[in-house]
Design a binder for this molecule. Structure first.
Ligand code: FES
Length: 161
């Protein structure tokens, strides 16, 4: 079996504290067929390893919107869909492909209105406290972990204390 590629970490999005951190084995390559989404846990940190069409990549297993586990989402090419509010995120670039239905702020602070998939009701625009909280929730930038392959195992570098 040919080893998959490793997706380069987008500029500026490498997790703090991982630059000189040691690599630790976290999974077997056999657990990560093409299209797989796998959660691995290290201490209180949950990391998603995805086998995208561009190769393997490791990011927080927390949606950059409201922290839902992306490992139970769906992967299409390099784009992972969050199970909670239909947000879609490109794991190769770190960019938001589809803003969450709840609306809110993008990483630069720009406001996005609520929207609804065909056949469902649109979420309310901010009028009450809950809607206002949604509108002020910022989709953060994704955070990436260095990943390498050694002897059929996937290794990650986690932040050092
Ligand atoms: S928590 Fe993922 S889109 Fe809202």
């Amino acid at each position: 079996m040919t080893e998959p590629s490793i997706v380069p970490i987008p500029p500026g999005l490498q997790a703090a504290g991982t630059r000189s951190a040691p690599f630790l084995p976290v999974a077997s390559l056999a657990e990560l067929p093409s299209g797989a989404l796998l959660r691995v846990t290290h201490g209180d940190l949950d990391v998603l390893i995805a086998h995208t069409e561009r190769g393997l990549v490791a990011v927080d297993d927390r949606c950059p919107h409201m922290s839902a586990p992306l490992s139970v989402g769906a992967l299409d090419g390099c784009v992972v869909a969050c199970p909670l509010h239909s947000g879609r995120f490109d794991l190769a670039s770190g960019e938001t492909v589809q803003f969450p239905t709840t609306g809110g702020l993008d990483p630069e602070g720009g406001y996005h209105p609520t929207w609804a998939p065909p056949g469902s009701d649109k979420k309310p625009e901010p009028t009450d406290l809950k809607a206002r909280a949604r509108a002020l929730t910022r989709v953060r930038r994704m955070r990436y972990y260095p990943l390498r392959l050694r002897d059929g195992r996937v290794e990650l570098a986690f932040p050092e204390d």
